[in-house]
Design a protein around this ligand. Structure first.
Ligand code: MN
Length: 203
């Protein structure tokens, strides 16, 4: 079952990065998600959903919107291990994804995807079919969202869109106004600065 983490592990040198190597995925009932802000070569947000014992992942350049009219591009990336839910720190220079990472928001989700008969469609099948709907319950982000695959083959991309529900709010702009980590209270600049300071002062 750990097969889907092969790409994740192949890309990283765990003697250099403090990112989790990841245990073998457990078949579990967990429905966690995380949005990490990542100051890599190009700044983006990583949206990760727990499905089948791993974190299915998308890089969302602009991050999530609370406005249902916004369609946010979401580029699929490799599955990440569950331990990554709590990862915050700096990926060292020269390593894959080098740059600071904070846990911008995290929580649990409820699958809202249904099949033609109105029965709940499992998330792995929903994603394979190119459309998943879910309710997120976090500190900054809550309510319904949908991920939809557009196009096919090399042109395929996904869109992350807020559903028009009670939590929809076109005036909020949480990626700009609520910048602190929900884990540590630090901004991504704080995390980067601390790492620089530690680097200058070797033991
Ligand atoms: Mn990233």
């Amino acid at each position: 079952m750990s097969g889907s983490l092969k790409r994740y592990r192949d890309r990283r040198d765990f003697s250099k990065t403090r990112e989790p190597r990841g245990r073998a995925p457990k078949r579990g009932e967990g429905h966690h998600w995380v949005i990490q802000e990542h100051a890599a070569t190009s700044h983006h947000f990583d949206f990760r959903l727990e499905v089948g014992g791993v974190l299915r992942s998308w890089a969302v350049p602009k991050g999530p919107s609370t406005d249902p009219r916004d369609k946010r591009l979401a580029v699929p990336t490799e599955d990440h291990p569950l331990d990554y839910l709590n990862f915050e720190g700096v990926i060292p220079e020269g390593e894959y994804g080098a740059g600071a990472v904070i846990v911008w928001d995290t929580g649990t989700y409820t699958n809202l995807t249904t099949d033609d008969d109105g029965e709940e469609k499992p998330m792995d099948r929903a994603l394979a079919d190119g459309h998943a709907a879910f309710r997120l319950d976090g500190e900054k982000i809550s309510g319904g969202y949908a991920l939809t695959r557009m196009g096919s083959g090399d042109d395929a991309h996904w869109l992350l869109v807020k559903m028009d529900d009670e939590e929809a709010d076109a005036r909020r702009n949480p990626t700009s106004t609520e910048r602190s980590s929900v884990l540590s209270g630090k901004t991504i600049e704080d995390v980067a600065r601390e790492a620089d300071r530690d680097g200058e002062d070797p033991e």
